[in-house]
Design a protein around this ligand. Structure first.
Ligand code: LLP
Length: 417
């Protein structure tokens, strides 16, 4: 569900015409719908309203501070994976006491920063990380709140690059190992193990892997409590998928019902780390056709957006629908929508049936809100795109398009060259 619709022949975001934004802000531009973002946040939050819970939006999915501010206003917390993301949360006015910190490679400097801010939990992913955190916290005269990230060895049935809950993945701690570690960790003065955490993958389209993981985690929580710990926080990560093409992921309501069934009447505070399901369908990448290039083998539509702006097709073979901003209802042709970057992997869509387009036409790359701008780069020395947030009939630029001078920021030429 989203608020990108045709009014007549013109694609709009909420009440704003995408043509107008292209004319005023230029292209390529990410355009987010505030109404969609808020609706998705609530759709995830409300089914859990009967139990103690916290939605920690996963900052990596889309990390613009205006968007983080929206979720902070809705009472959300944040899932971060770097000190940089914590910096963003603070800049957005997010509450550090609602922040959980995941990631396999937290440095001591990052731990100190997060401890100083008083975050809710460190999702600890290995034995050496636990000991490092204990050392850092003791030196600061603090006790770090810890949720051990368990790798439940469950197949998320998703793209191998974004599957994280198998024992061959780098994430989390295997259950047997976690048992030994917990027995050893009882006397660590710098950490308080108060929670259990897990995240098994991203873009999951079935509820079963989540349910299996939860069943394993609950058995483990029981065991941990029998050892004298008091586990009161259970973080089930993110991962709920969206429809890019013809996937039929469970609605957040179905996901919640399935999990709450397994949970029964346990008194645990549930934490979730959704990213894609909230932001994914809440934005498009607006791009303009530069050339129409028919060749013997293919019709290429060359646009001003590229793999540096939206890398999912190149990196995962991901599908994003591409639709015209002004539809004529005219003839179609099979095309590859490609960018100007010097790589054959630089495509946004391949072998698509699209209305015949000409230089100057605008196209919308759909479902671009999650892992779109946040994974963009300056490859080929391309300034990164602008970001725009639409609210009803008004909009604001929430990130300026980078300039050519921005590309040089921080670079210098030593005087011995
Ligand atoms: N929590 C943790 C610890 C994570 O690693 C992730 C995503 C999330 C939460 C949020 O997952 P979500 O609800 O968005 O599925 N770049 C890839 C996705 C990478 C996901 C990485 N971790 C893509 O474009 O598909």
């Amino acid at each position: 569900m989203h608020y990108f619709d045709y009014k007549g022949q013109e694609l709009h975001c909420e009440e704003v015409s995408l043509h107008q934004i292209a004319d005023e802000v230029g292209t390529p531009t990410y355009i987010y719908s505030k109404r969609t973002l808020e609706r998705h946040f609530r759709a995830f939050d409300e089914p859990f309203s009967g139990c103690d819970h916290l939605i920690c939006y996963s900052v990596k999915a889309c990390s613009n501070i205006a968007i983080l501010r929206l979720f902070a206003r809705l009472g959300g917390g944040f899932d971060i994976v770097s000190a940089g993301e914590l910096h963003r949360v603070l800049a957005a006015g997010g509450d550090p006491h609602k922040v959980v910190f995941s990631g396999v490679g937290k440095t001591e400097e990052e731990m100190r920063f997060a401890l100083d801010q008083g975050i809710l939990a460190f999702n600890v992913e290995s034995e050496p990380e636990l000991f490092a955190l204990d050392r850092v916290a003791r030196k600061m005269g603090r006790r770090a709140p810890v949720a051990l990230r368990i790798n439940p060895d469950v197949d998320a049935q998703t793209h191998p690059y974004i599957s994280t809950g198998l024992k061959s993945n780098k994430f989390g701690i295997a259950i047997d190992h976690a048992r030994r570690l917990l027995l050893e960790a009882k006397n660590l003065a710098g950490v308080e193990i108060m929670g259990i955490d897990s995240h098994i993958g991203s873009q999951l389209t079935k509820v079963e892997p989540f349910v299996h993981a939860l069943e394993r985690l609950l058995l483990f929580v029981d065991w941990v409590n029998q050892q004298g710990y008091s586990i009161r926080h259970l973080d089930l990560g993110g991962g709920l998928g969206i429809t890019y093409k013809d996937e039929t992921p469970p609605h957040p309501g179905e996901y919640a019902t399935a999990l709450l069934d397994v949970l029964g009447d346990r008194k645990l505070r549930l934490v979730f780390e959704p990213g894609r399901v909230i932001a994914g369908n809440a934005a498009i990448l607006l791009t303009r056709v530069v050339y129409h290039k028919p060749t013997e083998a293919k019709n290429f539509v060359i646009v001003d957006g590229a793999m540096n702006d939206a890398i999912r097709p190149a990196l995962y073979g991901a599908y994003h629908a591409v639709i015209p901003v002004r539809t004529s209802g005219g003839a179609t042709e099979t095309v590859d929508v490609v960018g100007p970057i010097c790589e054959t992997g630089d495509f946004l869509a391949r072998d698509r049936e699209l209305e015949v387009s000409a230089a100057g036409d605008l196209l919308a790359v759909m479902s671009a809100g999650a892992y779109g701008f946040s994974m963009s780069s300056n490859y080929n020395s391309r300034p990164r795109a602008a970001e725009v947030l639409v609210d009803g009939d008004r909009y604001a630029v929430i990130r300026q398009r980078e300039t050519r001078d921005d590309l040089l920021r921080g670079e210098s030429i030593p005087d011995w060259i």
